[in-house]
Structure formats: structure tokens, C-alpha cells
Design a binder for this molecule. Structure first.
Ligand code: XMP
Length: 511
């Protein structure tokens, strides 16, 4: 890929969003920590560099600063928010320490509608979220836009292609933000829009063939979009030398195991070994109520089953995993190691004792790009738009002990939630929506009889990435319909409650 943009991350919540917006322009970009060495940046060879926002103030002790040599690389630069303050501060301007944060929409008046701010009209809305701001511009920099509170809402160098904006063009609350980023990547940096999923597939298939040679590849197929697309891509590259292992741990949603096998084995003709290990998992989970204990047991059992199957099929040189770009960025630890709140994302991870080389064909992609690749490779819509589902499955949605009977109750309720939300056209807009089986019983009345039965919780959240989430404001009649159907159709449930907590401080899953 010739035309690439580099994003240097100063720790903003929206850095990944900048990258996604640039990719939406069909220009490849990557995120590197702000402290990356000049050599690393030179090797990446970007056509332009974007400095992200960040939580620091340039006056903080240890605040991240720019490598001085960055400017000598002679590449176009765009500083966003903290990126603008750091440029101002280090190039001889003055940054005013905040008396209070400016947060929210502001009317942006364009003073110079050439290049970066071209095509926006005289005024537009910009989203602000900053404490400090530029008080005095560095020598040879001029303002190109202002707001009522910020005379220097955007600035540029008089002769060099260096720009900065105080607001956030990457968020949807800046309606013309996309135009600004397009102006930067196309007009200022001169990139060509060559990053398409078609080109990605071609290149990736070639790379997989080259890496794998005549060897064989094993992968764990969960039926989720990431592992499915990874499997299809590897299959396109090496055909039957890919073997997929699908483990039914007995903790999947209604009809899921059957539909995964049908899709991949029968319709897409992949080499799939399906293992029904539900007895083994349920046996291991007997009497266990602690959430982390459940996760550990499920993780260990999964590895056990996977290893047993791998042994049966013989020698494999490679294991393919559906790691995505956000996982790669997280592991760069730009923001330092984040605290482990739950032991996530390790079920279906690496069997520690197996010997293999790893291939991760999706490690450069964001989720929306993975979906596009899936579409191109013929993956059914139902899988492409499947909401994320945790590795430990329904076990972390049954509070207390996991038994067959409780699994059946939860499956029945969960299937109704999915069906009704799809019918109401809400399913795709939600990050996740599901039922939870609570460990309490409540009194009800059915006909003339008193009942004493289970309570089901409903959870539906909107989210960008699962890190933060808000409870979905679903219409009352949709909630009402779901509740009625669950109570009438699922034996053993006489009450349904809706979870109205956001994350943080709650989490998405209940365990
Ligand atoms: P929480 O509950 O922490 O979840 O807000 C954030 C996202 O992670 C998923 N999740 C898991 N995924 N193994 C997984 O593979 C796990 O143990 C696990 N726990 C939570 C959750 O569904 C949500 O999308």
C-alpha cells in the first residue's frame, strides 16, 4: 500500500474513530503510540500524519510531546485538539490553561476556505471537547477558522502543509468533519483512494498462500463474524488445507450450533469438524456459581476439546485467529496497561501447549471492514450482522449455577428477544440485546393460581466498541411484547425486568 496515513495516538477516546474515518475515504491508515521513534515513523512512510487528541494538558508533568524531528520529515500534518495544543506549545505559540472545559457543539466560522476547510460553506457546526486552547499562534501560523469562544479554532502554517483544529472532525457531531478529513488526505496529502476490501482480499489471499506454503491450517470457528470471515479468507487462499473446529459447548443460543454447521459445512463447503462437547462442559460447571470460575473452567475445557480434536487430524503448522485491529491497538498499550476487570477474550484463544505458528488475516481491519469482506466472500447476512457473543456464552447470563433446565429457560427467552427486536427493525442498531436468567424467584398469578417462578432480565445496549455503552431506549410496546411473549411462552418464567444501567459503572454482561 503506497498511500498511507499515520495517526499518532495521544490517548484520545476517539483515536480509533479518526482511523475509521480515514479508512472510509479508502485510504489505509494505522495508529501508533505518540512516543513512536522517528525511525519507526520513517519506515511506515506515511503520506501524511494526524496527531490525535488526548486527555493531557501540555502543562502537565510528563505530558506527551512531539518528537522534534517529526517536522523535519517534511510530511503534511494535521493536529486535532491536543494535537493542536502540542503543536502550538512546541512551535513557540502559547496555550491557555483551561478555566473550564468547552464541551459540545459550537458554530465554526471559516476564515480561509482553501484546502483543509474547502467546501464547508462560511459556517458549520463543530464538536468541541477540550480544556486548554491556543491563546497565541506560533510564528508563521495563521488562523483559518474561529468560534465565539475560540479565536483560533483552526490554524495553518503559511507555507508548509501543516494544519491543526481545536475541534473533533472525526465525530458525527461535526457534520462536515468527513469533508475536512477528505480534504486532508486527498487535497493536502495527495493520497489516492486505493484501500478497498476487494484489494484487501486479493492481497491477503496472496499473503496467506505465501506464508502457509504447502502446510495446513487449523482454526477455531465460533460462528461469530470474526472467526467466520477469517476462516473464509484462509479457505479462499488454501482451500481444503484449512480445517475448522467448531466446539458446541452447550452454552450457545437456540439453534446456533445447527446453523453454524449447516452454513459452513453444507452451504459454504468448508472442512468443519463439529464437536458436541456440551456434556463435558456442563459436567465441569456443575455446582459452580462464581463468574470468573465459570470463565476459567470454560476456557480450560475449550482448550482441552480443541487439543483433542487437533490431535486426531494430524500435524498443523498454523493456527488462524480472527484478531481485529482494535485488539492490536489495545495491545500496544498506548494508555498503559488497563486493569483487568473480567478475564475477557481468551476463550477460544491459544491453547498454551500446542505448537504452531499464528496467522491473523484480519489484524489490520476494523469490524465494519470485516463485515464488508464477509459480504464479498458470500457470508450470509445473519452472520455478518450477528451481535457479539461472549466466549463463555450463556453461562455468564445465567446467574448462579448453570444447568440444562436453566439453559433451556434462558434459550427460550433469548430467542424471543432476538426475534422481536429483528421484527421491530432494532436488532442491527443495537450493540447487544439478550436475556439474562436471574437467581431469584418471584410471586405471580396465572389464571387463579399463585406462581413462584423465575425472573428474566432484558439487556439491550448501544455502543461503539463495547468499552462504554448506554441502555437502549426501546419503545414501550416492543418491550411489552417481548415481556408478554416470554411470560406466556417460556415455561418457568413469570416476570420480566428491563436493565436501565449504562456502562460504566455497570457492565454489559451481568457476570
Ligand atoms: P462487559 O460485560 O465487560 O463486556 O461490559 C464487554 C463486551 O465483552 C463481552 N464479554 C466477553 N467476551 N469472553 C468474551 O469473549 C468473556 O468472558 C466476555 N465477557 C464479556 C461482552 O459480551 C461485551 O460485548
Amino acid at each position: 500500500m503506497k498511500d498511507k496515513i499515520l495517526i499518532l495516538d495521544f490517548g484520545s477516546q476517539t483515536t480509533q474513530l479518526i482511523a475509521r474515518r480515514v479508512r472510509e475515504c479508502h485510504v489505509y491508515c494505522e495508529i501508533l503510540p505518540c512516543h513512536s521513534s522517528i525511525q519507526v515513523i520513517r519506515d511506515f512512510n506515511p503520506k501524511g500524519i494526524i496527531l490525535s487528541g488526548g486527555p493531557a494538558s501540555v502543562y502537565d508533568r510528563g505530558a506527551p510531546l512531539l518528537e522534534r524531528e517529526l517536522l523535519s520529515l517534511d510530511r503534511p500534518l494535521l493536529g486535532i485538539c491536543y494535537g493542536m495544543q502540542v503543536l502550538t506549545h512546541q512551535l513557540g505559540g502559547k496555550v491557555a490553561a483551561a478555566r473550564e472545559r468547552e464541551y459540545g457543539r459550537a458554530e465554526l466560522c471559516i476564515d480561509d476556505p482553501s484546502d483543509l476547510l474547502a467546501g464547508l460553506g462560511p459556517e458549520t457546526i463543530a464538536w468541541m471537547s477540550h480544556g486548554d486552547k491556543a491563546l497565541l499562534l506560533p510564528p508563521d501560523w495563521v488562523p483559518i477558522a474561529h468560534t465565539e469562544n475560540a479565536p483560533y479554532a483552526a490554524m495553518r502554517h503559511v507555507t508548509r502543509p501543516l494544519y491543526a483544529v481545536q475541534f473533533h472532525p472525526e465525530v458525527i457531531h461535526t457534520p462536515k468533519g468527513r469533508q475536512i478529513l477528505e480534504n486532508f488526505v486527498f487535497k493536502v496529502c495527495g493520497c489516492a483512494p486505493t484501500w478497498t476490501m476487494r484489494s484487501f482480499i486479493e492481497k491477503s489471499v496472496e499473503e496467506i498462500r505465501e506464508t502457509v506454503g504447502a502446510e495446513r491450517v487449523l482454526c477455531a470457528l465460533s460462528g461469530g463474524v470474526d472467526s467466520s470471515v477469517a476462516a473464509l479468507l484462509v479457505h479462499k487462499a488454501i482451500g481444503d488445507r484449512l480445517t475448522c473446529v467448531f466446539v458446541d459447548n452447550g452454552l450457545l443460543r437456540q439453534g446456533e450450533a445447527k446453523s453454524v454447521v449447516q452454513t459452513f459445512l453444507e452451504n459454504l463447503e468448508l472442512n468443519v469438524i463439529a464437536v458436541d462437547a456440551s456434556n463435558r462442559f456442563l459436567h465441569a460447571l456443575k455446582g459452580v456459581t462464581d463468574p470468573e470460575e465459570k470463565r476459567k473452567i470454560i476456557g480450560a475445557e475449550f482448550i482441552g476439546v480443541f487439543e483433542d480434536e487437533a490431535k486426531k487430524v494430524g500435524r498443523f503448522e498454523f493456527l488462524s485467529q480472527g484478531t481485529l485491529y482494535p485488539d492490536v491497538i489495545e495491545s500496544q498499550q498506548v494508555r498503559g496497561p488497563s486493569a483487568i476487570i473480567k478475564t475477557h477474550h481468551n476463550v477460544g484463544g491459544l491453547p498454551a501447549t500446542m505448537e504452531f505458528r499464528l496467522i491473523e488475516p484480519l489484524r489490520d481491519l476494523f469490524k465494519d471492514e470485516v463485515r464488508e469482506v464477509g459480504k464479498d466472500l458470500g457470508l450470509p447476512e445473519a452472520i455478518i450482522w450477528r451481535q457479539p457473543f461472549p466466549g463463555p456464552g450463556l453461562a455468564v447470563r445465567i446467574l448462579g449455577e448453570v444447568t440444562r433446565e436453566r439453559l433451556d429457560i434462558l434459550r427460550g427467552a433469548d430467542a424471543i428477544v432476538e426475534e422481536e427486536l429483528k421484527r421491530a427493525g432494532r436488532y442491527q442498531q443495537l450493540w447487544q440485546s439478550f436475556a439474562i436468567l436471574l437467581p431469584v424467584k418471584s410471586v405471580g398469578v396465572m389464571g387463579d393460581a399463585r406462581t413462584y417462578e423465575n425472573v428474566v432480565g432484558l439487556r439491550a445496549v448501544t455502543s461503539e466498541d463495547g468499552m462504554t455503552a448506554d441502555w437502549a431506549r426501546l419503545p414501550y410496546d416492543v418491550l411489552g411484547l417481548i415481556s408478554n411473549r416470554i411470560i406466556n411462552e417460556v415455561k418457568g418464567v413469570n416476570r420480566v425486568v428491563y436493565d436501565i444501567s449504562s456502562k460504566p459503572p455497570s457492565t454489559i454482561e451481568w457476570e
